[in-house]
Design a protein around this ligand. Structure first.
Ligand code: AMP
Length: 186
């Protein structure tokens, strides 16, 4: 199964991706985690993206697309994957769509986690992961960036007929239950 887990920062994408990964045995690929690892290891990519991430802005499309394309070529993703944090712009969605077409593959589901802005801010500020972009000012920028650049991705997938909206309020288990119901339906 190929799944995109979509939603604003703080919607619970990472948490839910891990639960899907465990139960359905599909590996997760998180662009945010990849960038954080690159920064930690002080790679060329890490040095390039550090200040962008610290500001709460988006890494340029070319860089992200290249990274994802390369990563997905690994054998572990041959039978499916869960994308967390990608695509985050319409050009990224187009590039990913091209890749799927080229490979003759289909996306099974685009799961959109819906959570109101006030709740997102609360969740991020209380999650205590020590992320440098989890401060109130940075979260504000990230939510603005989401609304302007990322939310339009929803329409792209609505047109493709794979869009599934999930209520992202409630406990982790409740939300996961809703996702699982979608993934196992018909
Ligand atoms: P995340 O862990 O998904 O919240 O991502 C953290 C940060 O990594 C974002 O605020 C961006 O700076 C960067 N990032 C992650 N994924 C992408 C992407 N698909 N496109 C652009 N920037 C990204």
């Amino acid at each position: 199964m190929r799944i995109i887990l979509f939603g604003p920062p703080g919607a619970g994408k990472g948490t839910q991706a891990k639960l899907i990964e465990e139960e359905f045995n599909i590996p997760q690929l998180s662009t945010g985690d990849m960038f954080r690892a690159a920064i930690k290891n002080q790679t060329t990519l890490g040095k390039k993206v550090k200040s962008i991430m610290d500001e709460g802005k988006l890494v340029p499309d070319d860089t992200v697309v290249e990274l994802v394309e390369e990563a997905l070529d690994a054998p572990e993703y041959a039978n499916g994957y869960i994308l967390d944090g990608f695509p985050r712009t319409v050009p990224q969605a187009r590039a990913f769509d091209e890749r799927l077409k080229k490979k003759g593959r289909k996306l099974n589901a685009f799961i959109s986690l819906e959570v109101p802005d006030e709740e997102l801010m609360k969740r991020i500020l209380s999650r205590g992961e020590g992320r440098s972009d989890d401060t109130p000012e940075k979260v504000k920028v990230r939510l603005e960036v989401y609304n302007e650049e990322t939310a339009p991705v929803i329409n792209f997938y609505k047109q493709q007929g794979v869009y599934k909206e999930i209520d992202g309020m409630g406990t982790i288990e409740e939300i996961y239950g809703r996702i699982k119901a979608e993934l196992t339906a018909g």
